[in-house]
Every structure is written in structure tokens, then in C-alpha cells.
Write a protein that binds this ligand. Sequence first.
Ligand code: LLP
Length: 388
Amino acid sequence: MNTNRYPKGLESIQTPFYYYDTDLLRSTLACIKNFENSNEGYYVHYAIKANANPKLLKIIQEYGLGVDCVSGGEIQASIDAGFDPHKIVFAGVGKSDWEIALGLDHDILCFNVESIPELEVINQIASEKDKQANVCFRINPEVGAHTHTNIATGRAEDKFGISMEDMEKVIRLAESMTNVHFMGLHFHIGSQILDMADFEALCDRVNELQDRLEKENVKLEIINVGGGLGVDYTSPETNSVPNFVDYFSTYRERLKLRKGQTLHFELGRAVVAQCGSLITKTLYVKEGNQRKFVIVDAGMTDLIRPALYQAHHKIVNISSEAETTDTYDVVGPICESSDVFDTDIVLPTTHRGDLIAILSAGAYGETMASQYNCRPFAKGYSTEDFKD
Ligand code: LLP
């Protein structure tokens, strides 16, 4: 193999599969933890929707992060992996009754509530259990995130959250309820955000809303700014750890935390994207009239991001020793014309049997896989599986 990025023995595993570099995951987590520890009141919750592979969860849990969940299944997976339930925050526009009950039974830190009907149901279920549900309201800050439209949120017309206009009304309603305890505000402006100006705009908005609420004598214990920090999909090898320095300093410098307040982050992609590769084998190299296709055994069922968001993941041939190159479209075997990983990319001259790695696939890869075409799920292996 022409790279030292992957361990020996990888070539004998049935493809396609995910390979997770857990050394990189650990150094990414150490970096996050360092920022958390050096900023009083900062708490990072891992957005488990990015990757719920138990091997990764076990490691993330060791670093003491909390979890951001959007379903009962995610709450259960977090608890099974050993995360502290008191560090779980639970968001989502459509929480089912059993999911709310599960959160209450485990005394999670807080429900991020997205509508009045949901608040009423939480109050009801909590009263049946004779419990207090901690709630934050997810407010749409109307701060435009410069990212793909499918992953931008927090605009006035999104299905998520509550408008700024209704903020005081929902808080008053919560305060009048017997079984909910209002704790603060939650925001999330989108995902794969690389421009710190978007996070600055969010900070400005939060400051403005806090000032507004203080005049009404409303105090916030928690401010949760969601996730969204992006990663470098173009040069993942050189930028393997996301820009946490600028990210956390933006919040430290710009957001005016009040005494005793805690600031919560829900990072998903930034934690796990760069440690994962989808490893796939070249089945055929097909020469069309105009284009050459590298047909691989992984498809959109294993990694849907290129098909769904026109995302580009760096693709490398990790077994070729060829000195010549060629231009290819890299495509999967699924019966959908959108099953294309990328077009017009330059690879070493590629042959049947060559191993191809699709990089930065640790976030929203395995978790978004499907079994369309009756395909089995790709397994996940980690660095630890190759250590003697
Ligand atoms: N908090 C909330 C409320 C969210 O909705 C999300 C992501 C996160 C945190 C974590 O965001 P992150 O730090 O990972 O950007 N499947 C898409 C991304 C969807 C993100 C959904 N929400 C993709 O593959 O790009």
C-alpha cells in the first residue's frame, strides 16, 4: 500500500468497510477537552447522530463529553456506551411519548423543546411520573449559515425551533407549568460551517436576546449554541483536526456569559469526520467514449453525502504503485444514477482489485447508511482492531 495511514492487514478484509483512525480521534478529543477545561462553564456534548459506532462511543465517553441526542435510540445508545445520562441533551421536532419518558426516567440534563405542543406533552408525561423536566427552548436566531441548503437551519421558516417573536410567550408558559423547569435557550444554525462570521453573528444574537430577557427579569442558567463547526474535506490529511482554536475563541471573545451560566456546545462532524474512511475495492474500470469509470463495491447506501448534498470527499487509491495517472468518475453499484462518489478526479492508473479510500467519512457516513438493494451494512473497524 502506498500510504502509511492504514494498518497492515486492512487489505484482507471484506470490502466495503469503514476504517476509523482512533489515534486521530483521541488527539481530536484531547484538543476539545483542553478547550473545555480551560474555559469555565463550557460543556461539550457529542452529537451522536454523526456516528454511533460503539467503538467510537466508548472512546468519546472516556473523555467525559456529554451527548446531544435526537431520539430515544440515541439516548439508549449513549447510556449503553457508558455516557453520563445527566450530561445528555435531547433535541428534535418530533419527540415520541416513549422517548420523552425514556429521557425523564434517566434524568437527562435537559430537553431542547421545539414547540408549544411538545412542551405541553413533556409537562403531562413528567407529571404522570411525578418528575420535573428540565427544558431549554430552541430559538431560531435567523442567522444565515453559509452552507448547503439541506443542512442550514435556524432561519425563520425552518421546521425546527421557535421564532424569536414567540420567545417570551413560551418562557412564560413554561414558568406557569407544574412539571417543567425552564433552564435556558438552545440554538443551532446549521452544519459544515467554516466561516467564523456565522458563529459571531450567532453570539451577537444571543447577547441581544439575553439583554431583552433580562429586562423581563428572565434569567438563563444554560445557553446552548448547538454544533456546526465544519471540517476540511479538500485537504483532510493536512487539516486533520478542525479549527477549534478560532471556534472556541469566537465564543469566548464575543458571547457575554453571565455569572454562573454554562455554555453548551453540540459538536458532531468536527469530532469524528476526519478519523473515518470508507474503504472500497475497484470492481471494474469501464472505458466509455468520453469518460472512464472506476466502479467500486461501495455505494450511496454506505455513504450518501455525495448523492444527497453534492458533497465532495477526497478519494485516494491506496494500493496502486502506478506512476501514471488518469481522470475518472468514481461510481458505486447501486441502481440509481445519483450513485456517484465524484466525477473527473485524478487517480493513479487504477485497476480491478485496487483499494480506494473515501476520506473524511467518519461523520454522517455509517449512521446514514441504508440497506437499499438488500445490501448488508458496511462494518466498522478501528486502529485497535489491528493492534496485536
Ligand atoms: N445540534 C443540532 C440541534 C443539530 O441538528 C445538529 C446536526 C448538531 C448539533 C450537530 O451538528 P454538527 O456539529 O455535526 O455540524 N447529515 C448532514 C448533516 C446534518 C446535521 C444535522 N444536525 C451531513 O452529512 O452533512
